[in-house]
Design a protein around this ligand. Structure first.
Ligand SMILES: [Zn+2]
Length: 277
């Protein structure tokens, strides 16, 4: 079921990790950002879009992780954009014939047979540093950064005051750092938060890739909370964060394991390099 969060902007929430697909009304059809995860959910989304008398004219994937790279046969075959880095990363990871089988094995077992991988990762690269999404609809500003994954981008739908944050600024997921791809993942994350802070004044509605939609008051609050978390990681402190430990929302207890895992890997890096991060 589609739910309107701003004029001409609707979301479709998945049962898997409270993933949010975002539909933006354009002049000739809709833009679909991170369509979702399970077959029947994306089929439902395709139905909702066609019942509204609309067709999909463009797609966008916020980053090169499987749960943001899916597409459904019932959705129109249109350009599915991503940043140049996102597209290159996907191309690289899917380049060999065993790639999809490897991804299938990584999927959470309870939904693995419900995730259609046929159209996974068919991403059209935007030229590096493209500032706006090329489509016939409200202006969509691309805010690329290297925080959670290579080529991660948030989208600001300026005329609607909506920030689609990808896997940043979630009320349930902590900042999950990309510890494999960059030299200084902590600083990269802090830089990304500063970029988002720079547009925060223009945001009335915040849509995270996973978790609850927030209002204007949530934008700064979530930026501050994520920054506090990342700084605590850098210093090797235990973060006082409601998403970690006994205060985690029911069903999200595993986030504490993610936290412990990245805290441990950062501690190892500190030992090896003698520098934080
Ligand atoms: Zn995700």
């Amino acid at each position: 079921m589609l739910r309107q969060v701003a004029d001409g902007v609707l979301i479709h929430e998945s049962e898997f990790c409270q993933s949010n697909a975002v539909v933006v009304q354009g002049r000739a059809g809709v833009l679909l950002i991170d369509p979702g995860v399970q077959d029947r959910e994306m089929a439902c989304l395709a139905n909702d879009i066609s019942h509204a008398g609309q067709t999909v004219v463009a797609g966008f994937s916020t980053h090169p992780h499987w749960d943001h790279l899916l597409w459904h046969a019932r959705l129109a075959q249109v350009p599915r954009y991503g940043t140049a880095r996102c597209a290159a990363t996907v191309r690289d990871r899917l380049s060999d014939t065993g790639a999809k089988a490897r991804i299938a094995e990584m999927l959470p077992p309870d939904i693995a047979d419900q995730v259609p991988l046929d159209l996974l990762g068919l991403i059209t690269a935007l030229p590096a540093e493209t500032a706006r999404l090329p489509w016939d609809g409200p202006q969509v500003r691309i805010i690329e950064h290297q925080a959670h994954a290579l080529g991660h981008a948030a989208l600001l739908i300026e005329e609607r005051g909506v920030l689609v944050a990808g896997d940043m600024l979630s009320d349930v997921l902590i900042p999950m750092l990309d510890l494999n791809s960059t030299a200084d993942p902590i600083e990269d994350y802090l830089a990304a938060l500063r970029l988002l802070e720079g547009v925060a004044g223009d945001v009335d509605v915040l849509v995270p890739g996973h978790g609850s939609v927030g209002g204007a008051d949530q934008v700064h609050a979530r930026i501050e909370r994520d920054r506090a978390y990342v700084l605590a990681l850098r210093e090797g402190h235990v973060p006082s964060d409601p998403r970690v430990g006994p205060s985690a929302k029911p069903g999200w207890e595993w986030v504490s394991d993610v936290h412990n895992g990245q805290a441990q890997r950062l501690a190892q890096r500190r030992e090896r390099h003698g520098t934080p991060g």
